[in-house]
Design a protein around this ligand. Structure first.
Ligand code: SAM
Ligand code: SF4
Length: 332
């Protein structure tokens, strides 16, 4: 049975955060120091994650599972979880699409293992091609490793590769064309993300958001673009280069919210179910998992949460309330 919210949107995508921890400290996501991590006992086990995913896939035909975090690759034995998820089947017998969002720092060593475990797609985050700036934005000296990780992932068959770039005015907005050139030359779809008010240090300001319109006009002036129609439920608007050298996307969460087409729900690493990145309420699936809840009871909680999903986030309203947790704690 499909999982449909009160605005008629069908849930097809479950974003699963496998850890709140990370080996980077990106300025727009985490503080330099002082993050308080979840205790190991609070984090869902692979068996618990698999159970929630199975209910979503088997009962509700959720056909896309995306692993995220924190940094998912710092969770020990991640390929074991992927193997479990890859064994799930939709009502039509097909395997759900399994994707991973990663900072790419360790991808060089694990790309093959991830592919062999059944991972279908990888998105890597990369905000600068300049070593010093990369360090300033992530607080880690890992640019060389990330670039090598992307190359290795492509080599083992993760194509087309997508690279996410958070654009922040005054930080990396002068690199839009360099990143576009890198994407065009390496068969990578660059996806620029508008900076969202989900940083841990409350430094988000509207003037730091470089909007989709600005990003597209910069690219179009150098590399003429034409829109790829029919985004559907995907968060990115996409354009193709008129000269045929691939595509580029923008995730315009702030300037052009895509909530009306949203098909996503989220499971945090401590087992809380959320229907929006910006939701201010969570539903405690872990309590059910650990107190003898049946599959039907878990499914019912998911149905209730989805029934209460709001029409859209309020970033552009005066009454916008930031979620209690930041991006890495929710799962981006
Ligand atoms: N650690 C992995 C990574 O960086 O790809 C996965 C988790 S991260 C929270 C998921 C995505 O959220 C990344 O592409 C990251 O750049 C993006 N992100 C984090 N904070 C953001 C913010 N304040 N605004 C927009 N995007 C953000
Ligand atoms: Fe870590 Fe990803 Fe957040 Fe950067 S964006 S600090 S890599 S979780």
């Amino acid at each position: 049975m499909d999982l449909i919210d009160s605005f008629g949107r069908t849930v097809r995508d479950l974003r699963i955060s496998v850890t709140d921890r990370c080996n980077f400290r990106c300025t727009y996501c985490m503080p330099a120091e002082g993050m308080v991590w979840l205790d190991r006992s609070e984090v869902l086990t692979f068996e618990e994650i698999e159970r929630v995913a199975r209910i979503c896939v088997e009962k509700f035909d959720v056909n896309s599972l995306r692993l995220t975090g924190g940094e998912p690759t710092v969770r020990a034995h991640l390929p074991r979880l992927i193997t479990k998820l890859a064994a799930l089947r939709l009502s039509n017998g097909e395997k759900p699409d399994i994707a991973l969002t990663t900072n790419g720092a360790t991808l060089r060593n694990i790309a093959l293992e991830l592919r062999d475990a059944g991972l279908d797609r990888i998105n890597v985050s990369l905000d600068s091609l300049k070593a010093e700036r990369f360090f300033a934005m992530t607080r880690r000296d890992e640019l060389v490793n990330v670039l090598a990780g992307i190359a290795e992932a492509q080599l083992v068959g993760f194509t087309p590769m997508k690279v996410n770039v958070v654009v922040e005015r005054g930080a990396n907005d002068d690199e839009i064309l360099d990143l576009v050139a890198y994407g065009r030359d390496n068969n990578i779809e660059i996806r620029f993300i508008e900076f969202m008010p989900l940083d841990a240090t409350n430094e988000w300001e509207r003037k730091k958001v470089v909007t989709q319109d600005e990003i597209i006009s910069v690219i179009n002036a150098e590399y003429p673009l034409e829109i790829v129609p029919a985004r559907g439920a995907a968060p990115a608007d996409r354009w193709r280069y008129v000269d045929g050298k691939g595509t580029v996307g923008v995730i315009p969460s702030v300037s052009h919210p895509f909530c009306a087409d949203c098909d996503r729900v989220r499971l945090t690493s401590d087992g809380q179910f959320r229907t929006c990145l910006f939701a201010t309420d969570e539903f405690d699936i872990r309590a059910l998992l650990r107190n003898g809840g049946t599959d039907d009871e878990i499914a019912e909680l998911i149905r209730t949460a989805v029934g209460l999903k709001w029409a859209g986030h309020q970033i552009n309203q005066v009454n916008f309330i930031r979620p209690r947790r930041s991006m890495s704690q929710i799962g981006g």
